[in-house]
Write a protein that binds this ligand. Structure first.
Ligand code: HEM
Length: 272
């Protein structure tokens, strides 16, 4: 099956790409027991997957209320931070943003089971500008507009954006790129359809009306590259996107490392 989201079909460059979605579509679900995946990470590598700033509990609790409203009530877990108690109910990672006294939106708590090359302990407390420091051109092209989006969020509005990359890993929990890229040599041109994976992030943003915070969600969807082989039009759209990606996007996502394998797959697309 081709992936549920195919953002490469609509953009060859970095983009803000936020669009309103019905509130009913906010959380996509589809994972039977997210806690079974998240709890072991929370217990064993907590600093990678969980962080909270002092004073964030009221907004964490409000974020939990949004999740309860979407999924139905759950037994209380006073033993857990409220944002983590909510995050273990949904496949999505949950990131809480709050405006500080100087007017900067900052990350004040996050549950990050499927981080794409970053960790909770590294990003807690960062402003929107600091979070996106590694993204080429973000400060010049996007920062002011994204800050305005945060200011303009309304309670009845849910926004969605998506991004994508290709990776030689089918793991959701990928705090660091180095161990994954070190194994790239294990993928041969013949098995690129199985060894390479499309990694799509579907992100959403909502206002927390009472505390004034904002809840940013990240859901990672994975599919082998070979899943495109059965659908020629989808395959052609991916090939076009791969080849049209801007130099900045290619450099940021290290497409250079994957070029030969992806082109081998496109020349002889073997199903996964
Ligand atoms: C809703 C407005 C936002 C927009 C438009 C946005 C945009 C972007 C873009 C364009 C990238 C580069 C990869 C991609 O194409 O997605 C990116 C990366 C990233 N974003 Fe955002 N973002 C937003 C909100 C957030 C929030 C609230 C967080 C807080 C966790 C965040 C954390 C990150 C991180 C950690 C990266 C990776 C940076 C790295 O390479 O180290 N973003 N974002």
């Amino acid at each position: 099956m081709t992936p549920r989201h195919r953002p490469w079909e609509t953009a060859a460059d970095f983009q803000i790409g936020l669009r309103p979605i019905p509130l009913a579509d906010w959380l996509e679900g589809g994972e039977a027991d997210p806690a079974a995946r998240k709890d072991p990470l929370f217990e064993t590598v907590r600093g990678l997957v969980w962080a909270e700033a002092e004073g964030s509990r009221p907004a964490q609790a409000e974020a939990g209320e949004l999740v309860d409203a979407a999924l139905g009530p759950a037994p209380l877990r006073p033993d857990l931070p409220p944002l983590y108690a909510a995050a273990r109910r949904t496949p999505d990672d949950l990131c809480l943003m709050e405006k500080d006294a100087a007017g900067q939106w900052r990350l004040t708590a996050l549950s990050l089971s499927a981080g794409s090359f970053f960790t909770a302990e590294a990003v807690i407390g960062r402003s929107l500008g600091e979070l996106h420091g590694p993204v080429t051109g973000f400060a010049d092209r996007f920062l002011v507009r994204v800050q305005r989006v945060f200011e303009g969020l309304r309670p009845e509005l849910a926004l969605e954006r998506r991004n994508w990359t290709v990776l030689n890993s089918d793991a959701l929990h990928t705090p660091s790129s180095a161990p994954i890229r070190a194994r790239l040599g294990e993928v041969t041109p013949r098995d690129a359809g199985q060894g390479l994976h499309l990694r799509v992030e579907r992100q959403t943003l909502r206002r927390l009306p009472r505390t004034g915070g904002a809840l940013f969600t990240i859901r990672v969807w994975l599919a082998p590259l070979g899943s495109l082989a059965a659908e020629p039009e989808r395959l052609a759209a991916f090939a076009a996107a791969w080849r049209a990606a801007t130099p900045e996007l290619r450099a940021y996502k290290r497409f250079d490392l994957y070029d030969d394998l992806v082109e081998s797959f496109l020349a002889d697309p073997q199903p996964a």
